[in-house]
Design a protein around this ligand. Structure first.
Ligand code: SF4
Length: 147
């Protein structure tokens, strides 16, 4: 496991949330969570909803706003929003506001809560994957690919 993956795994492990855990978050609409981002990964539903919101075809939306690659660790095909400029601004951030607010990607709608699929290795279960949530108390450096 490389250093970046270790940082991510530690952040997840030490900041897990269960359904009963309280947390505090207040959005000030500063737009800072939309810069220095290279990790806005899109699901097929995100693609469809955002393309529809922008009145573009899927191909037009992907050509104009996205980047496709194979995840170096996961080896999954990935589509992400392609950041712009030296501050790595999300291409959908306009005038410090999300231009697709009603259709924003699931990971943006959940921010700052993170979600992962975990594969328990405790020997007591069937090792079936489970969905876990976490709330990083310390800011994670969002300038790297997460998958
Ligand atoms: S899609 Fe919207 S909320 Fe998500 S990073 Fe881009 S501008 Fe911000």
């Amino acid at each position: 496991m490389n250093a970046r993956m270790e940082e991510i795994m530690n952040a997840i492990e030490h900041n897990k949330l269960t359904a009963d855990d309280p947390f505090r978050f207040h959005c000030t609409q500063c737009g800072k969570c939309c810069i220095n981002r290279e990790d806005i990964l899109l699901t097929p539903l995100d693609l469809f909803r955002i393309a529809n919101e922008l009145k573009l075809s899927l191909k037009e939306f992907i050509d104009q706003y996205c980047e496709l690659y194979i995840g170096p660790d996961s080896h999954f095909p990935i589509i992400r929003l392609k950041p712009r400029g030296s501050i790595k601004r999300c291409p959908l951030l306009k005038n410090r506001r999300c231009s697709v607010h009603k259709a924003k990607p699931a990971m943006c709608a959940m921010f700052p809560i993170g979600r992962v699929i975990a594969f328990p290795e405790d020997g007591t279960s069937s090792n079936a994957p489970v969905i876990e949530y976490f709330y990083p108390k310390l800011p994670i450096n969002y300038t790297h690919n997460l998958v």
